[in-house]
Design a protein around this ligand. Structure first.
Ligand SMILES: CC(=O)SCCNC(=O)CCNC(=O)[C@H](O)C(C)(C)COP(=O)(O)OP(=O)(O)OC[C@H]1O[C@@H](n2cnc3c(N)ncnc32)[C@H](O)[C@@H]1OP(=O)(O)O
Ligand SMILES: O=C(O)CCC(=O)C(=O)O
Ligand SMILES: [Zn+2]
Length: 495
C-alpha cells in the first residue's frame, strides 16, 4: 500500500509549499516534514528477542515512582508554583504513573502546603509519596500531610557518612527502624533507601536492608546517587539484594555517565520492582532515568504490559508541560518525542520503511500518538521515496521517469539544502514535461546559475544528448565567472 494524501497532515500535502511541520500533540514535527506513512507494525507481535524464562525478571510487572515533583524540583532551572505542581501531578495521574513522589514537606512551609494540596486532589491512578531524611522530625511532618506513603533516605557511603550527615551505620540502622515503625504505625506505606548505594560497603548495605526488611518496610531502595554504576554492577547488586530481602525493591539512577535508562532496565531484569523516573530526566545535575526513555525501553520488552498500563499518548503533552515549566527544549535525540525520533532520511531506509516500518523502527510511533515521516528532500534520497512522494501528489509515472526525476532532485540538493517545496516543484515540472511530451528546462524561481547548471547537467547525462553537454560547458563558464565576482566582492576588491 502506498501512502495516500489522506495520510498527510496539512503541512505535507505539497499544495501549500510549506516546510513547517505541525506543532500539535499528535506527530508533532518541528522544522520540516516529509512523506509520512501510516502503516503500523503488527499490534500483537511478540518480541522474539525477549530474554526467556528468567524467574527474577520484572520487566513485565514493574511500577514507576515518578519523581518530577521531588527529584525534578532539584533540577537547576526548576521552580514549580502550586498551580504548576497540581497541573503536573494531574498529568502524571492521567498518564498512569503508579506513584508520584513529592518534595519533603520539611523543606519549606510552601512545600508542606503543596504536598497537602496534591494529596487532596484525590488522584485516580497515582499514589502520593513524599521524600524525607531519615529523621523523626521529618517523619512527624510527613505523616500529617495526607500522603499514601513516605520515602526515607540516608547516605550509607563513607563519603556521605563522613561529609553529609556524620552518622555511623549503627545510628543509621537504629534511626531507620524508629522512623519505619513510626510511619507504619500511621497505616501508610514506608520505603527505606540508602543514598549512594553503589559506593557503600556491600556488607553494611545488606545487613541494613535485612534489618529494615525484618521490621516490615514496604520497599527498600537502591540509589546510584552519583551516576557511577554500570548495568552489570546494577544487575549484581539488585540480584544479590533480591536474595536477602522479601520486600519490594525500588531503584534510582542518575545519568552522569549516560547509563540511567540501561541501569533501570537491568535492575528490573535482576528483580527490582519499582523504577524512579522524572519527565525529561530532570533532577540534580543532569538528572535521572527519563519517563519517556524508560517507556521506550520497556515497550520493546513487553508491549502489552506497557500499553495496558500507561496512557502513552499523554507522554508528549507531559514533556511539553514540564519542558516549558523549567525552560528547556525537548532534546532532538529524545526517545519517542525528539523531533526526528521517527524520521527516516537515507534512500535505503526510506525504501524499506515504505515497504514495512519494522525494518527500521523498533517502536511504532502510533503507540505514543506520534507519526513517522520519510524525508525526501535531500541528496540522500532515492527513487522509491520520490515515487511515494509523487503518488502523494497524485502523480503517476514510470519507474524510469521517477528515477530520472530523482536524479534532478539530487543534483539540486548537491548544491544547497533543498526544501520540500523545491523537491515538489521539480516533481511537478518534470511531470509536466512527461505529460505533454515537452523537453522544457526544469527551473525553480530564483535559481542561481550553478543550480541551473546542476539540473541541466543531469538532463544531459540522463538523456545523453551531446548538445546538452555543450550547454553544460557554457554554464560551467558562467559559474566560474559568477564565483570569481562573488570572491572579489567578499574580499572587497569590487563593490
Ligand atoms: C540525594 C538526594 O537528592 S536526597 C534529597 C535531597 N532533598 C533535599 O535536600 C530537600 C530540600 N532540602 C532542604 O530544604 C533542606 O536541606 C532541609 C530542610 C532538608 C534541611 O535544611 P537545614 O537544616 O538547613 O540543613 P542543610 O540543608 O544545611 O544540611 C542538611 C542537614 O541534614 C542532615 N542530613 C543530610 N542527609 C540526611 C539524611 N538522609 N537523614 C538525616 N539527616 C540528614 C545533615 O547532617 C544536615 O544536618 P545539620 O543541620 O546537622 O548540618
Ligand atoms: O531516595 C532515594 O532512593 C534516592 C535519593 C536520591 O535522589 C539520590 O540518591 O540520588
Ligand atoms: Zn536522585
Amino acid at each position: 500500500m502506498c501512502p495516500t494524501p489522506d495520510n498527510l497532515n496539512g503541512a505535507t500535502n505539497g499544495t501549500n509549499g510549506t516546510t513547517n511541520g505541525t506543532n500539535g500533540t499528535n506527530g508533532s514535527h518541528n522544522g520540516y516534514t516529509g512523506i509520512e506513512t501510516d502503516r503500523s507494525t503488527p499490534k500483537n507481535a511478540r518480541n522474539p528477542y525477549l530474554p526467556v524464562g528468567d524467574f527474577l525478571s520484572n520487566i513485565s510487572k514493574f511500577k514507576i515512582i515518578e519523581s518530577t515533583l521531588r527529584e525534578g524540583e532539584q533540577f537547576a532551572n526548576a521552580y514549580f508554583d502550586t498551580a504548576k505542581k497540581i497541573e503536573i501531578a494531574k498529568a502524571l495521574d492521567e498518564f498512569g504513573a503508579d506513584y508520584i513522589e513529592l518534595t519533603s514537606p520539611a523543606a519549606s512551609e510552601q512545600s508542606r502546603k503543596d504536598c497537602e494540596a496534591i494529596c487532596k486532589l484525590g488522584l485516580k491512578r497515582s499514589k502520593i509519596l513524599t521524600h524525607i531524611r531519615c529523621h523523626m522530625d521529618d517523619a512527624r511532618i510527613a505523616v500529617e500531610t495526607g500522603v499514601d506513603g513516605v520515602d526515607v533516605v540516608i547516605g550509607t557511603s563513607s563519603f556521605l557518612r563522613e561529609h553529609s550527615h556524620g552518622k555511623d551505620m549503627t545510628y543509621i540502622k537504629n534511626t531507620a527502624i524508629e522512623v519505619i515503625n513510626f510511619v507504619k504505625s500511621k497505616g501508610i506505606e514506608i520505603r527505606f533507601s540508602s543514598e549512594d548505594s553503589f559506593r557503600s560497603d556491600l556488607v553494611d548495605l545488606l545487613s541494613l536492608y535485612q534489618a529494615v526488611d525484618k521490621v516490615g518496610v514496604n520497599r527498600v531502595g537502591i540509589a546510584d546517587t552519583v551516576g557511577c554504576a554500570s548495568p552489570r554492577q546494577v544487575y549484581d547488586l539488585v540480584r544479590t539484594l533480591r536474595g536477602v530481602v522479601s520486600c519490594d525493591i525500588e531503584t534510582h539512577f542518575h545519568n552522569d555517565t549516560g547509563c540511567a535508562i540501561a541501569n533501570a532496565y537491568c535492575a528490573l531484569e535482576a528483580g527490582a520492582t519499582h523504577i524512579d523516573t522524572s519527565v525529561l530526566g530532570i533532577g540534580e545535575r543532569n538528572g535521572i532515568t527519563t519517563l519517556g526513555g524508560l517507556m521506550a525501553r520497556m515497550i520493546t520488552a513487553d508491549r502489552d504490559y506497557v500499553m495496558s498500563k500507561y496512557n502513552l499518548a499523554k507522554l508528549k503533552d507531559i514533556e511539553d508541560l514540564v519542558a516549558e515549566a523549567v525552560a528547556v527544549n525537548i532534546p532532538f535525540n529524545n526517545p519517542i518525542t525528539g523531533f526526528c525520533a521517527f524520521t527516516h532520511k537515507a534512500g535505503i531506509h526510506a525504501k524499506a520503511i515504505l515497504a514495512n516500518p519494522s525494518t527500521y523502527e523498533i517502536i511504532d510511533p502510533a503507540d505514543f500518538g506520534m507519526r513517522r515521516y520519510v524525508h525526501f528532500a535531500s541528496r540522500l534520497t532515492g527513487w522509491n521515496a520520490i515515487k511515494s512522494r509523487a503518488q502523494q501528489l497524485n502523480i503517476e509515472m514510470t519507474d524510469a521517469q521517477y528515477k530520472e526525476c530523482t536524479a534532478k532532485i539530487k543534483a539540486l540538493a548537491d548544491i544547497r539544502p533543498i526544501a520540500i517545496d523545491d523537491a515538489d516543484s521539480i516533481i511537478h515540472a518534470f511531470y509536466r514535461n512527461v505529460k505533454h511530451g515537452l523537453e522544457e528546462k526544469i527551473e525553480l524561481p530564483n535559481m542561481t546559475t550553478a543550480e541551473k547548471k546542476a539540473l541541466a547537467k543531469v538532463e544531459a547525462e540522463v538523456n545523453k544528448v551531446p548538445e546538452k553537454r555543450a550547454l553544460d560547458e557554457t554554464v560551467e563558464q558562467e559559474v566560474a565567472v559568477e564565483q570569481t565576482i562573488k570572491k572579489a566582492k567578499t574580499n572587497g576588491v569590487i563593490a
